[in-house]
Ligand binder design. Structure first.
Ligand SMILES: [Zn+2]
Ligand SMILES: [Zn+2]
Length: 73
């Protein structure tokens, strides 16, 4: 799971807590559809454990990170 700075939108890893540019606390990135194949996908926010978009079936952003993390290692 990623964290993002609410001000500059820069991405950080989950172990980081503050933005290195703004010095403000990072927020957890929401679990969303990774492909946004339909307009409806853009409005959907899924639970942390959800793995696929309920609208189009694409992996959620959390799950996609997980899959890519596994490939890397
Ligand atoms: Zn920032
Ligand atoms: Zn979708």
């Amino acid at each position: 799971m990623k964290k993002i700075c609410p001000t500059c939108k820069r991405e950080y890893r989950s172990i980081e807590n503050f933005c290195t540019k703004c010095g403000i606390e990072l927020v957890k990135e929401q679990n969303k559809c990774s492909e946004m194949r339909t307009e409806l996908c853009k409005t959907m926010i899924f639970a942390d454990e959800d793995m696929y978009c309920s609208i189009c079936g694409a992996p959620t952003t959390y799950w996609k990170d997980e899959i890519e993390g596994r490939k890397r290692w």
